[in-house]
Design a protein around this ligand. Structure first.
Ligand code: SAH
Length: 273
């Protein structure tokens, strides 16, 4: 594991929070495309032109163009932060999913990643990372991600933050993320195998904490490990009994909590397996 970087935690701006911007809810996923990935992905957009063989590269997927289309769609859906759109355009999502699902990698759909877990749909990843960045300018400081899964969101975070600590409780997925991320050589991503409900004190305090799994409450450890001016984004059960995105900002006066739109994340569980 990499050494903890020096103090103080780098926050691009402290104490700045603002009202959450409402964005349209994620669009329903389209049915799985069955044909060639390139054609399937590019034909998904209305008015998309057909592709010639010379435009097809790599895995049989002209992934730059298909990703650009995904990014345009994210912008249409309300994602505005240029840092987030750029990061979403950079990370090759198709390298994080099973080969049988590659043709759906740039659709706005969640996908299975094994062991009963799922990678969130791009719209949800972009929304969460945008919430993390809200009110802060420039690159974020250290970020803690709970639930590495396949490593996709950690890769996205690596482009908006100086350091990303990502913790996963399932050894199989921790190893899978390690394998998935290796070719990208993202030296600011640190993968940890452990129970994220305890946070990861060695990297604290964090400019931001983002959970990819939904709990009954936000663990105290996460609040303790958040830097002043930092933001925490977590799907959490609300008093009304459903799961919603909760944003908590740590200010000099205490914590500010906002409950946003309903979401459906896999459960936050304690212990390792
Ligand atoms: N960000 C991931 C999404 C993974 S789904 C991606 O891009 O693929 C959520 C993950 O949270 C699952 O892998 C699940 O095992 C993990 N998880 C649930 N509870 C956890 C806990 N207490 N600590 C760490 N990881 C946890």
């Amino acid at each position: 594991m990499s050494q903890r970087p020096g103090f103080p935690v780098k926050l691009s701006q402290t104490g700045a929070t603002g009202p959450a911007r409402k964005v349209p809810a994620a669009v329903p996923a389209r049915p799985a495309a069955k044909s060639n990935p390139v054609v399937a992905a590019s034909q998904g957009a209305s008015g998309a032109r057909s592709r010639t063989a010379s435009q097809v590269s790599g895995l049989g997927l002209d992934s730059g163009a298909v990703r650009a289309r995904m990014v345009r769609k994210l912008a249409e859906q309300g994602v505005q932060d240029a840092r987030v759109l750029e990061a979403m355009g950079r990370v090759e999502r198709h390298r994080f999913v099973e080969s049988a699902l590659v043709n759906q990698a740039y659709e706005d759909t969640s996908l299975p990643i094994g062991l009963g877990q799922t990678i969130s749909k791009p719209n949800v990843v972009a929304r969460m990372v945008e919430l993390l960045c809200q009110g802060l300018t420039g690159k974020l400081g250290r970020i803690l991600e709970i639930g590495t899964g396949c490593g996709y969101q950690a890769a996205v975070l690596s482009h908006v933050a100086s350091e990303v600590y990502s913790i996963e409780r399932l050894r199989g997925l921790h190893e899978k993320a390690r394998t998935n991320l290796r070719p990208f050589s993202l030296h600011n991503v640190h993968l940890i195998f452990g129970d994220g409900m305890l946070g990861y004190p060695k990297g604290a305090p964090y400019a931001g904490i983002i959970s990819a799994a939904g709990g009954e409450t936000v663990p105290d450890a996460w609040l303790d490990q958040l830097a002043p001016g930092g933001r925490l984004i977590a799907p959490t059960i609300t008093p009304a009994g459903h799961q919603a995105l909760v944003v908590i900002s740590k200010t000099a006066q205490g914590y500010e909590r906002q409950v946003l739109e309903p979401v459906h994340f896999v459960p936050l569980k304690s212990g390792i397996a």
